[in-house]
Design a protein around this ligand. Structure first.
Ligand code: PLP
Length: 375
């Protein structure tokens, strides 16, 4: 089945006794045991599993073409569960522009236990040079945040397989509809489901998907179940509901993203547009090969430095000045001030999450915000 169909049906684990078309929210924390001690309903205690979470995990695994999925209470805990699965002394290769929350985890929580090289993963030779005897994983993120860098997942999968490493991919910016890293050779896929999967800026969550149910995946399941960073049944219900429209939302995000990128690229107030759909983007050819659309995230460098960037984010009316991304409403932010004083993000960079409003309204909003200076 295609993604549109799976998205609508894979989460419907029908309850034969009540015959619901839409599965209800099951709040029970504990489940009845049979006389023989077994659990014929398939659930024992809701930290371990519950019907709403199973429905979500089933849907996500199907959409990402994986063998299984684990849902977490945030994207951060999903990623952290992968890092926690390695022995102290392990070495990880990660992108130099890794999602800053993960970079912070690795540099603080795991500073004494894991060693990490943050390098440019678009440079395949550089990756090969950084593999050591204790290297266990290459963590990729594509498109990356906030520079929309594209890494070639299939090319890195070759290196990772040849060296017996785990290849993980943070695919949040792409969503399961635009890219399937497992099909490109990744072992683990990660999403912040707070973003496109949830799509309405009203639920926090994260997911991991595995290519194979192996020993490493067992460790992750254990961390999820014993660690307990699990989403609530209501969170899972919301996500299953959101996924039903994911493919159609992504089409709208891609269409609006491309149109806004083209408009901004031709605007004299804009120095650079980072959007993988533009032929001028350095990762465009790889993006065309591994993605079925370029998404709704773009960043721009504006002329006039940090002050002008801050002025523009205050001047737009439809784009809400807020962090996060992937919702139906457009968001905008001056990224460097979100990331703090030691950020490498350019001071004149504005990150935009293009929503599903009408594109003419979005462009008109930028037109007035960018024009004010000339008056
Ligand atoms: C938001 C985000 C995360 C973290 O997810 P949370 O749900 O905020 O914990 C990880 N990776 C990327 C690329 C993100 O955008």
């Amino acid at each position: 089945m295609r993604a549109e169909t799976l998205a609508i049906h894979a989460g419907n684990l029908y309850n034969i006794s009540t015959q619901d078309v839409t599965p209800p929210i099951n709040l029970s924390t504990t489940f009845l045991r049979n006389e023989d001690g077994g659990y014929s309903g398939g659930h024992m205690y809701s930290r371990v599993s519950n019907p709403n979470r199973s429905a979500l995990e089933n849907t996500i695994a199907e959409l990402e073409k994986g063998a299984d999925a684990c849902a977490f209470s945030s994207g951060n805990t999903a990623g952290m569960s992968v890092f926690q699965a390695f022995k102290p002394g392990s070495h990880i290769i990660a992108p130099d522009d890794m999602y800053w929350g993960f970079k912070r985890q690795l540099q603080t929580i795991f500073a004494d236990t894991l060693s990490i090289d943050f390098i440019d993963l678009t440079d395949i030779e550089l990756i090969k040079q950084h593999i050591k005897p204790n290297t266990v994983m290459i963590w990729t993120e594509t498109p990356s945040n906030p520079l929309l860098k594209i890494t070639d997942v299939a090319a890195i999968a070759e290196i990772s397989k040849a060296n017996g490493l785990i290849l993980a991919c943070d695919s949040t910016f792409a969503s399961p509809c635009l890219q399937n890293p497992i099909a490109l050779g990744a072992d683990i896929v990660m999403h912040s489901s707070t973003k496109y999967i949830g799509g309405h800026s009203d639920v926090l969550g994260g997911v991991l998907i595995t290519a194979e149910k192996n020993e490493f995946w067992e460790k992750i399941r254990n961390i999820q179940q014993i660690g307990g960073a699990v989403p609530s049944p209501f969170d899972c219900f919301l996500l299953v509901r959101s996924i039903k429209t994911l493919s159609y939302r992504m089409r709208g995000h891609c269409e609006n993203g491309m149109a806004l990128a083209l408009y901004l690229q031709n605007h004299p107030a804009v120095e650079t547009v980072y959007y993988p759909g533009l032929p001028t983007h350095p990762g465009h050819e790889i993006a065309r090969k591994q993605m079925s659309g370029f998404g709704g995230m773009l960043s721009i460098l504006v002329r006039g430095g940090a002050a002008e960037a801050r002025r523009i984010v205050n001047q737009v009316k439809l784009f809400a000045q807020a962090t996060s991304l992937g919702g139906v409403e457009s968001l905008i932010e001056h990224r460097a001030s979100v990331e703090g004083p030691d950020t490498k993000t350019p001071q004149n960079l504005i990150r935009i999450s293009v929503g599903l409003e009408h594109i003419d309204d979005l462009i008109a909003d930028f037109e007035q915000a960018l024009a004010v200076k000339q008056l």
